[in-house]
Design a protein around this ligand. Structure first.
Ligand code: S3P
Length: 429
C-alpha cells in the first residue's frame, strides 16, 4: 500500500507538467512517415508513448533518445519480426492499425490485460470497409492481425462514437487510400491528428464534426516539434489548487487546444479561477501558462456534447464536484466504461470509500453529492493511471488515502508522486 497523506498547506509556485500524451504519440508516428529526421522536444517519455516508440522501432524506424528529446529518422516501414506489444496504450494500437492497414506486410498486435479487454471493432469495422484485412479475437479484441491489403478505398464514415483514436486510425488509413476519406463524428473529438498532419503538408478539409483527408504522396515534417504540457496531467493540479484554500499555482506551457479544454470550461462554470498567460501557437497547437487560484466551487451539470473535450479528466473532475456546494450531474459517460478500466464503476466503487454515498451512477450518468464527510480509506487503482492520480488528489485534499498500486501512473505521468511530494514539502513546485 502507498499512502498519500492530507495536505496541510496551500499550493504555491510554478509546476512543470510533462508533455502531452496524444501529441507525443502522433509526433513519433507521423515523423516516421516524413522524408527527413525530426527532433521532438518535451516528448512524454512515459510508458504509453514508449510503447509507440518500441512499435515504431520494431517497424524499422530509427529513434534516438536524449532525455526528453527524441530524434526520429524515417525509414521505409518493414515487417516486424515479432508481435507488436502496445502495452496499456489504446492510442498506439488503434492509430497504428490505421497506419499499417495499407502496408504490404503482416503485423500482429497484443497488449496488457487491460488493453486486451478494450474494443477494437470500432477501428476494424471502418478500416475493413476501406478494404483493410484485419482479424481480431472475437472480431473485437487483441490479439489482432493485419494482413497485406490490395488497395484501400476512400470512404465516407459516420462514426457512432466521438473518438479521436477511431478518427485518427481512419485518417491514417485514408492517407494511403485511392480517393479522399471523410470521417463524421457525433461530436468533435480532439483534433491533434488533423493539426499535425496539416502542419506536415497533408491536405485536409474540416468543419465542426467532419474531416476529409486527401491521400498524400509526400509528407514534409518540420525539423523540430515541441510537445506542449498535457492538459490532462495539468488537470490534477487545476483541481487540487482550486479546492485547497489560499492556493495559487502557475502551470507552464500547457496545451490549450479548444478540443481539450472542457476541464477548464467546466471548472470555471463551477466558480474556479483559471487564467491564461503567454498564449502561443505552434503547428496548429495553442499553448499557454495557466494560473489557478483556489475558489469556492459550486455544483455543475453537463451532457454528452461536453464529454469528448474532457473525457480523461472525468475522474478528477468528480473529485472537484465532491468538494463543491450542491449536487453535480455528469451525463453521457458511456465511453468511460471502455477506458483503461470501467472508470464509471470504479469511481462509484472506490471514491465512495473516501466519501460514502457521494457518488451514484444511474445508467451512464454520474451524480455527485458535494461536501459530504470524507474519511481516510484504502482504495484500489485497478491499475488505471487516471484513477490512481484522481484518488491521490482526493486523499491529499481530504483525510488521506492508501493506494494498492500507485506505479500505474508511469503510463502518463511518471513523476506524479514526486510532484505531489514537492507540493507537500512546500518547495518551489
Ligand atoms: C486519445 C483519445 C481519447 C483519450 C485517450 C487518448 C488520443 O480516447 O481518452 O486517452 O490520443 O487520441 P478516445 O478517442 O477513444 O476517446
Amino acid at each position: 500500500m502507498f499512502e498519500v497523506r492530507p495536505l496541510q498547506n496551500p499550493l504555491k509556485g510554478t509546476l512543470k507538467v510533462p508533455g502531452d500524451k496524444s501529441i507525443s504519440h502522433r509526433a513519433v508516428i507521423f515523423s516516421a512517415l516524413a522524408e527527413k529526421p525530426v527532433e521532438i522536444s518535451n516528448f512524454l517519455a512515459a510508458q504509453d508513448c514508449l510503447s509507440t516508440v518500441a512499435c515504431m522501432k520494431a517497424l524499422g524506424v530509427s529513434i534516438e533518445r536524449s532525455g526528453e528529446n527524441f530524434l526520429i529518422t524515417p525509414r521505409p516501414l518493414r515487417e516486424p519480426e515479432n508481435f507488436l506489444d502496445a502495452g496499456n496504450s489504446g492510442t498506439t494500437v488503434r492509430l497504428l492499425t490505421g497506419l499499417l492497414a495499407a502496408k504490404n506486410f503482416f503485423v500482429t498486435f497484443t497488449g496488457d490485460e487491460s488493453l486486451r479487454k478494450r474494443p477494437m471493432a470500432r477501428v476494424i469495422k471502418p478500416i475493413s470497409l476501406m478494404g483493410g484485412k484485419i482479424f481480431a479475437h472475437n472480431k473485437n479484441f487483441l490479439p489482432l492481425a493485419i494482413l497485406p491489403a490490395e488497395k484501400l478505398r476512400g470512404i465516407i464514415y459516420q462514426s457512432p462514437v466521438a473518438s479521436a483514436q477511431v478518427k485518427s486510425a481512419i485518417l491514417l488509413a485514408g492517407l494511403f487510400a485511392d480517393a479522399p476519406t471523410t470521417v463524421v463524428e457525433p461530436y468533435r473529438s480532439r483534433d491533434h491528428t488533423e493539426n499535425m498532419l496539416a502542419a506536415f503538408g497533408v491536405k485536409l478539409e474540416r468543419d465542426e464534426t467532419s474531416v476529409k483527408i486527401f491521400p498524400a504522396k509526400k509528407i514534409s515534417a518540420p525539423e523540430k516539434i515541441f510537445v506542449p504540457a498535457d492538459i490532462s496531467s495539468a488537470a490534477y493540479w487545476l483541481v487540487l489548487a482550486s479546492i485547497l484554500p489560499n492556493s495559487q499555482v502557475t502551470l507552464e506551457n500547457v496545451g490549450v487546444n479548444p478540443s481539450r479544454t472542457g476541464i477548464i470550461d467546466i471548472l470555471r462554470r463551477m466558480g474556479a479561477e483559471i487564467f491564461f498567460r503567454n498564449e502561443k501557437t505552434q503547428a496548429g497547437e495553442l499553448r499557454a501558462d495557466l494560473i489557478v487560484r483556489s475558489a469556492e466551487l459550486r455544483a455543475v451539470e453537463f451532457g454528452s456534447d461536453f464529454i469528448p473535450r474532457l473525457i480523461d479528466e472525468i475522474p478528477v473532475l468528480a473529485v472537484a464536484a465532491a468538494f463543491a456546494e450542491g449536487i453535480s450531474i455528469f451525463r453521457g459517460l458511456s465511453e468511460l466504461r471502455v477506458k483503461e478500466s470501467d472508470r464509471l464503476a470504479a469511481i462509484v466503487a472506490e471514491f465512495n470509500k473516501i466519501s460514502p454515498g457521494s457518488f451514484v451512477a444511474e445508467e451512464n450518468n454520474l451524480i455527485i453529492h458535494g461536501r459530504r464527510p470524507k474519511n481516510f480509506s484504502a482504495c484500489k487503482t485497478l491499475g488505471d493511471h487516471r484513477l490512481a492520480m484522481a484518488l491521490a488528489i482526493f486523499g491529499a485534499a481530504a483525510k488521506g488515502v492508501a493506494l494498492d498500486d500507485h506505479r500505474c501512473v508511469e503510463i502518463s505521468y511518471p513523476d506524479f508522486f514526486e510532484a505531489l511530494a514537492c507540493v507537500r514539502a512546500e518547495q518551489n513546485l
